[in-house]
Design a protein around this ligand. Structure first.
Ligand code: GLV
Ligand code: MN
Ligand code: MN
Ligand code: MN
Length: 394
């Protein structure tokens, strides 16, 4: 099973990962995954949004049990978010077939095209397309390339690889996602495994403050429409509001674009993102209502909602089954609620879904310093393999 570490090395050669959906790195890695699966006897399928499915046979040819995660990363991301669930899922399936032969039901590995919402302002597009819940409007990346243009160019290349089937496939009977925790709890509590009870509610917005570009030296302070001055004041008020709301609310302004972004020009516009999350829909909506009121009071400010995902409860039955397996295998575990969003959130509305977490050193994620000890990565894979064995033979 050193294979997992080799595969992770092969799929991530630079320090930080920029595998944004449909870019060259993304394409190379989805292609390498297809070849890897085909070499191991899987049927490779690619749908029109670039989700890659590797189907491994069962004794009965019915709907598969599935595992997997997303292939994209955030900008300047780490090596494990998403990719660990894909390559770890692959290794877990290999381990199962090596140890036990062909299971009763087929097993599917899914490498979702996109989950992070970093190239385009739409997130979870892979799992939403798979589950038939994607509604996409015209979206542009920072280079002005449309989502559809980027999608067609990349997906056609994957769909034309030898022996690849280009089609949409039916949903599996269960879905299990292996992932790094992305927070500090498992490492702090010295636990090897996290079993996920549910996932946060999350909304994202894009806010644009409009001003008037003008000369920095000649425009009297009282006569300016300075987009940065307005936006920075607004941001301070928003952070204060978030701090005053529910304890478990998270609020992040992670991206700011200023135009024209010139030192001696009063800013014409300032566009920034908001990511806010809470453990319950009610907590999130209470905050969102106040937040939108505050934004409405600001002149020349427009707001669009770019993501809304309700809080999600994952399968109790699958969690109980995995807890029993972890106990049998002597892996210390705890149950966790996830503050990170996952494809499992989308899948769980359609099929019983569960997640297995492994520790993140120092709780760092969405950054190049993201790290999980090799032994912990392998523990997650071994538990996933045992879990898939139970599910595929049930
Ligand atoms: C996805 O990883 C998210 O939680 O932002
Ligand atoms: Mn992820
Ligand atoms: Mn992520
Ligand atoms: Mn001048």
């Amino acid at each position: 099973m050193t294979q997992l570490l080799d595969l992770l090395d092969q799929f991530t050669h630079q320090h930080d990962q920029n595998r944004l959906v449909y870019n060259q790195d993304w394409l190379a890695n989805q292609r390498d995954l297809i070849f890897l699966g085909q070499r191991c006897g899987a049927t490779a399928i690619v749908d029109d949004y670039g989700n890659v499915y590797l189907d491994f046979p069962g004794q009965i040819n019915d709907q598969p049990v599935a595992t997997g995660s997303h292939m994209d990363t955030v900008k300047y991301g780490g090596r494990y978010d998403g990719l660990y669930g894909v390559l770890g899922g692959f290794c877990a399936i290999q381990q199962l077939y090596e140890q036990h032969g062909i299971p009763k039901h087929p097993i599917r590995l899914i490498s979702f095209s996109e989950e992070e919402g970093n190239r385009f302002l739409a997130a979870f597009t892979g799992s939403k397309y798979y589950t038939g819940t994607l509604q996409i409007e015209k979206l542009l990346d920072n280079q002005g390339i449309t989502f559809d243009e980027a999608r067609r160019l990349a997906v056609t290349q994957l769909q034309h690889l030898p022996y690849v089937k280009a089609q949409h496939v039916a949903l599996p009977v269960t879905f299990t996602e292996l992932h790094i925790e992305q927070g500090p709890r498992l490492a702090q509590n010295n636990k090897k495994i996290g079993l996920v009870t549910g996932i946060v509610a999350q909304n994202r917005y894009e806010v644009t403050v409009h001003g008037q570009a003008n000369h920095a030296g000649t425009t009297p302070m009282a006569q300016r429409q300075d987009a940065i001055a307005t936006a920075s004041l607004l941001m301070t008020k928003l952070y204060a509001l978030a701090a005053d709301t529910a304890e478990d609310l998270t609020f992040t302004i992670g991206e700011i674009h200023v135009s024209p972004n010139v030192s001696n020009v009063v800013a014409e516009s300032c566009r920034f993102t908001i990511d806010c999350r809470a453990n319950t829909n009610d907590q999130l909506m209470t905050f969102v209502t106040k937040m939108l009121q505050l934004l409405e009071q600001s002149k020349r400010t427009s707001v669009i909602e770019t993501l809304h995902v309700p809080a999600t409860r994952l399968s109790d039955d699958l969690l109980t089954q995995n807890a029993a397996l972890a106990t049998q295998m002597n892996y210390s575990y705890q149950t966790l609620f996830s503050g990170a969003g996952h494809d499992s959130q989308i899948m769980s509305s359609f099929v019983p879904t569960t997640m297995i977490f492994v520790p993140s050193e120092a709780g760092i994620s969405h950054a190049p310093a993201e790290y999980t000890k090799p032994a912990d990565l392998l523990t997650g894979v071994t538990l996933l393999s045992a879990s898939l064995f139970m599910q595929a033979n049930g």
